[in-house]
Design a protein around this ligand. Structure first.
Ligand code: ADX
Length: 606
């Protein structure tokens, strides 16, 4: 037997994921690897004895070894993926052991998320099963860099080369339709030990490497993205003297102290002042490290935000195209609201469309209205807020998400982001879509523009013809000559509602954000358009004054601004608005969603 000296310091760590179906000998194989590489711990041996085996007949009882896991299950701890460790003189390995029961897709997606190599087991007696194909498909979808098909139980087919060849051909035929980087095959008997660590004497026809030889010598291409710095904030730690630390895991790239960064979504700039790793100060940090950053400037950074390099910004969008694997017995319902967890941020979202479902047997694309348990499909994802992301093939971490059921709180799916949604312009633009004026009224600082901006972005993403008229902007151009006397405000609204009405008649969805304090003027605006919806953005003077975004309330109180709405000029509340939004209670995302829902219900958008 080979001897291992186990000097494990500083040797390379390789991540494996194993997958197979029930009874294909996965436990035996892992046990064999642990045993033949001298990686068994006292604990393993204890549990082996308990299970009725003894150290002498370990090879016969290898599978028991891993059934310690069963005991954990019986105690009610739900472990989907068990991690095993073994090492040789050359490398250390972590194996994510993925159980092969009916939840296999979920387990595989979980276990494979950062794997370097996937070992897919095939039982020589059964040949290629649907599950084998599914695993291979998921492995290719997840972009696992190396895949080894391990044909196990060769002893049970009398080590016949023809059996192995047949399986290899079947897989190669199937894999022709997949996007795989590196696919290898090896015949083994985990039970007898052939071709795992030792070559054995029974398969002289096989000239390739043993499994361990393969694992030890494979040049592992790291697919970690070390270029694009991505740091989602997990938590904000307040310390002495106003110091704030931003804690999280670096999900891409690297960073040094003194580098210029940007906070997303606010786009604010800052400079990295300090980096702490495990409590110790350091000058730089790299992808996968969990660190705490301090910044020089006083900027607003909170949990869920992302720090990136100043000039290397990820895409940001709320409309995405993705591939989703569905894990729940309750099928994916297009249009239903789910929680989408992307890095440290959770956002509401829906899947308005399933572009196609993949038939795992022949890889054909099929039309489908939903995705059932273990099914995989391409979907559109419509989020209530934009997220910063990279496509999955650029960064596995920032390019993936999980789907959580709002009510049960269970993970029901996982997805990988392909790209920002490219719309079928024809279908959205064609037809004589009607326009509408959506008139946002409310005090200065009530949140009109903030909400409208979100709605505007959503409509633009969908290629809906949209215009946004905003008080602060038209007062710099179209209404430059006007002040805030009653007369001037009336002219202001007259001009703007004329433009808005005109545009809406040409099929444009117009968002107008004006204080428009007088009821009479708003009714005039309504008359100018064929379709009109008044949205009352409600916030009390007290609340707006507390926010005082532009510092105008303070000035008005000090008498520096005349006729200030809410302070020295009246605001007449709408009596029958189509929509009322309370910005003290509702988030921006939710408020924008309500406007979009209204437009959808009324048939202005799909
Ligand atoms: S409206 O009353 O004529 O509808 P409009 O929406 O165009 O007002 O412009 C409001 C913006 O002008 C406010 O958001 C604020 O920034 C600025 N402003 C300046 N002076 C006043 C004032 N006296 N009252 C209200 N807003 C003012």
């Amino acid at each position: 037997m080979k001897k291992f000296t186990k000097n494990t310091d500083k040797i390379e760590l390789v991540r494996l994921v194993t997958a197979g179906s029930v009874d294909d000998g996965k436990s035996t194989l892992i046990g064999r690897l642990l045993y033949d590489t001298d990686s068994l711990t006292e604990e393993h041996i204890e549990s082996l004895k308990k299970a009725g085996g003894s150290v002498k007949n370990i090879p016969e009882h290898l599978a028991h070894l891993l059934d310690g896991l069963k005991a954990e299950r019986e105690q009610g701890i739900t472990i989907d993926v068990a991690y095993r460790y073994f090492s040789t003189d050359k490398r250390r390995f972590i194996i994510a052991d993925v159980p092969g029961h009916e939840q296999y897709t979920r387990n595989m997606v979980t276990g494979a998320s950062n794997a370097d190599i996937a070992l897919l087991l095939v039982d020589a007696r059964n040949g290629v099963l649907q599950q084998t194909k599914r695993h291979l498909f998921v492995a290719s979808l997840l972009g696992i860099p190396h895949i080894a098909i391990v044909v196990n139980k060769m002893d049970a087919v009398r080590y016949r080369q023809t059996v192995y060849q047949r399986i290899k051909e079947d897989i190669l035929n199937y894999a022709a339709g997949l996007n795989l980087h590196d696919l290898q095959f090896m015949p083994i008997s985990a039970k007898k030990g052939d071709m795992v660590v030792e070559r054995g004497k029974k398969m002289n026809w096989y000239k390739g490497r043993t499994l361990l030889d393969y694992l030890e010598n494979l040049q592992v291409i790291s697919d970690r993205n070390i270029v694009d710095f991505r740091f989602p904030i997990q938590s904000v730690v307040k310390a002495d003297r106003g110091y704030r630390g931003y804690a999280g895991t670096i999900e891409g790239g690297k960073i040094k102290t003194g580098e210029k960064i940007r906070v997303l979504p606010s786009q604010e700039k800052a400079t990295v002042a300090s980096i702490k790793n495990g409590g110790k100060a350091t000058a730089n940090a790299i992808c996968t490290q969990a660190v705490m950053l301090g910044v020089k400037e006083k900027v607003d950074i909170s949990r869920g935000d992302m720090l990136v390099r100043e000039n290397n910004i990820p895409e940001q969008s709320s409309d995405l195209e993705a591939m989703v694997c569905w894990f729940s017995s309750e099928p994916l319902k297009p249009g239903k609201s789910y929680i989408i967890k992307h890095l440290t941020k959770s956002v509401r979202g829906r899947f308005p469309k399933i572009t196609y479902r993949i038939n795992i047997d022949d890889l054909h694309r099929e039309k489908s209205q939903s995705l059932k348990l273990n099914e995989i499909g391409k979907v559109h994802l419509d989020l209530t807020q934009p997220i910063p992301f990279d496509s999955y093939n650029r960064n596995r971490n920032t390019g993936s998400f999980i789907v959580i059921d709002e009510i049960t709180n269970q993970t029901v799916g996982a997805g990988i982001i392909l790209r920002k949604k490219v719309l079928d312009k024809k279908s959205e633009k064609s037809g004589n879509r009607e326009g509408i004026v959506v008139w946002f009224t409310g005090l200065s600082g009530s949140g009109k523009s903030t909400i409208a901006e979100r709605v505007y972005e959503k409509l633009q993403n969908r290629h809906i013809r949209t215009e946004w008229l905003d008080g602060d902007i038209t007062r710099e151009s179209l209404c430059k000559d006007l002040g805030f006397s009653k007369k001037d405000r009336n002219i202001n609204i007259e001009r703007v509602s004329f433009v808005a009405g005109l545009l809406s008649k040409h099929g444009v969805v117009v968002l107008a954000t004006y204080i428009s304090p007088y009821r009479k003027q708003r009714n005039l605006a309504r008359k100018q358009a064929e379709n009109f919806a008044e949205v009352h953005v409600k916030a009390s003077v007290k609340e707006c004054e507390r926010r005082d975004v532009k510092g105008l309330y303070k000035k008005a109180r000090n008498g520096k601004i005349e006729n200030f709405t809410g302070i020295s000029d009246p605001y007449e509340k709408p009596t029958k608005p189509e929509l009322t939004i309370d910005t003290k209670k509702d988030t921006v995302a939710h408020s924008a969603q309500r406007v979009l829902d209204f437009l959808r219900e009324q048939g202005y958008i799909e």
